[in-house]
Design a binder for this molecule. Structure first.
Ligand SMILES: Cc1cc2nc3c(=O)[nH]c(=O)nc-3n(C[C@H](O)[C@H](O)[C@H](O)COP(=O)(O)OP(=O)(O)OC[C@H]3O[C@@H](n4cnc5c(N)ncnc54)[C@H](O)[C@@H]3O)c2cc1C
Length: 379
């Protein structure tokens, strides 16, 4: 390409698109380069659940609040339907109710409520909740259909924000001002590499330094059950996984109880998220298997564990109509990072399962700082 862009973004997953949006809002000319013609990675395989409540308290929770607001601005402009809002988290154990009470006493509980079993049923009469000890209800979340939403963001960036999407090409190197691809050279003053879980193609040393590995998850779609869930649903197991709850001192007793009572689910990293799509079907998951090269196979036993937890919270599960695995970048060291690896070349990765919930805020922060530019309101 003869044209020199202000900004090149590698990766058309949600992290790359978030950087492209921020750069376009800064008034820059932007090109996005990806090896595939449409997103096929973690960004279209997830729940589309933009989760605020339960995110790690000090950094991810504020990022998620900002990202949720950007989602709310982008969605109508890009033709994305917000399928559900909020969160219901009914728990079956007194130890889990104690975690929810402690959570509500923190600043993260703002806007959330703790309900009794009867109050939850009155609030949401249609969802067939089993009996609970208590339930947290949050108003903060948004849920989109990820496989539709991410391509729609790309189309909107191209059509309305002036972002160029290069024909599919693998990026094999980045230097200051130059992106070397399998289809030739692209020149750009600033380069943002957002490679998701690709650990070895670009800057493997940076990935290794940040202890980035992979996490494989199993996901299910269940047939429309004939009821509408007013909001996404989680359960006790989520309190042991989501750092905003799990880091509270009250969570220790719950974690010990879950390990004793649901050892196989805990070992497989299973927790419950159940969300509903426009056609009534439910997206339900998930499990967590960590390693640089997790096996690519779908295991029936893990699906059965996920469905057991579903049944414990929502009664008999409808038939499974779709199964898939997803993989995201993960690290025990940090939830995300962005690093300038050489002058004008930045690598950004979300290294936990919260990229849909935080990427828009991360892109805004990273691009604003790197370009030293004001990021304008979305027109
Ligand atoms: C099953 C599952 C459920 C999840 N649920 C949620 C959820 O409910 N809420 C939430 O917030 N998060 C969730 N996540 C996490 C979230 O999906 C990820 O954090 C996020 O999608 C990561 O986005 P990304 O853009 O970094 O990666 P990706 O979507 O994987 O995109 C990376 C892109 O970079 C491209 N690329 C990489 N290297 C090169 C190269 N050298 N040349 C050209 N192109 C390259 C790839 O082709 C790819 O398109 C979930 C993840 C999974 C897998």
């Amino acid at each position: 390409m003869d044209r020199v862009f202000d900004v090149a973004v590698i990766g058309r997953g949600i992290v790359g698109l978030a950087h492209a949006l921020a750069a376009a809002r800064a008034g820059k000319s932007v090109i996005v380069i990806d090896r595939t013609a449409r997103a096929t990675g973690a960004s279209i395989r997830n729940f589309g659940f933009v989760t605020v409540t339960g995110q790690e308290r000090h950094e991810m929770w504020p990022l998620a609040r900002r990202a949720r607001d950007i989602w709310a601005e982008v969605a109508p402009r890009a033709g994305i339907v917000i399928e559900q809002t909020g969160l219901a988290l009914p728990v079956r154990r007194p130890a889990a109710a104690a975690v929810l009470e402690a959570f509500l006493d923190t600043e993260m509980g703002e806007g959330c409520r703790l309900l009794t079993d009867a109050q939850l049923r009155a609030l949401d009469a249609e969802t067939p909740f089993t009996r609970c000890e208590a339930a947290l209800v949050s108003p903060h979340e948004l849920r989109v259909e990820a496989r539709d939403a991410v391509p729609k963001i790309a189309a909107w960036l191209e059509q309305s924000m002036g972002v160029t999407f290069a024909p599919p090409a693998t990026v094999i190197g980045c230097e200051s001002g130059r992106v070397i691809t399998s289809a030739g050279l692209v020149r750009a003053e600033a380069i943002f590499v957002c490679p998701g879980d690709d650990l070895t193609a670009l800057f493997p040393g940076v990935m290794a330094e940040h202890q980035v590995t992979r996490c494989k998850l199993q996901m299910l779609r269940l047939a429309a059950p004939g009821y509408r869930m007013a909001r996404p649903v989680m359960s006790d197991l989520g309190l042991a996984r989501y750092e905003g709850y799990a880091a509270l001192p009250e969570a220790a007793a719950l974690v010990a109880q879950l390990r004793a009572e649901q050892a196989e689910l805990v070992a497989a990293g299973v927790h419950l998220i159940a969300v509903q799509s426009a056609d009534g079907s439910l997206v339900v998951g998930d499990s967590h298997d960590y390693g640089d090269a997790p096996d690519p196979f779908h295991h029936d036993r893990i699906d059965a564990l996920i469905l057991d937890e579903f049944a414990a919270v929502l009664g008999a599960a409808p038939p499974v109509i779709e199964r898939w695995v997803g993989v995201y970048a993960a690290s025990p060291r940090q939830n995300w990072f962005s690093r300038e690896v050489t002058s004008g070349v930045h690598v950004t990765a979300v290294t936990c399962g919260a990229g849909m919930s935080t990427a828009f805020a991360i892109g805004e922060r990273v691009v604003g700082a790197a370009l030293n530019s004001a990021i304008k309101e979305i027109a």
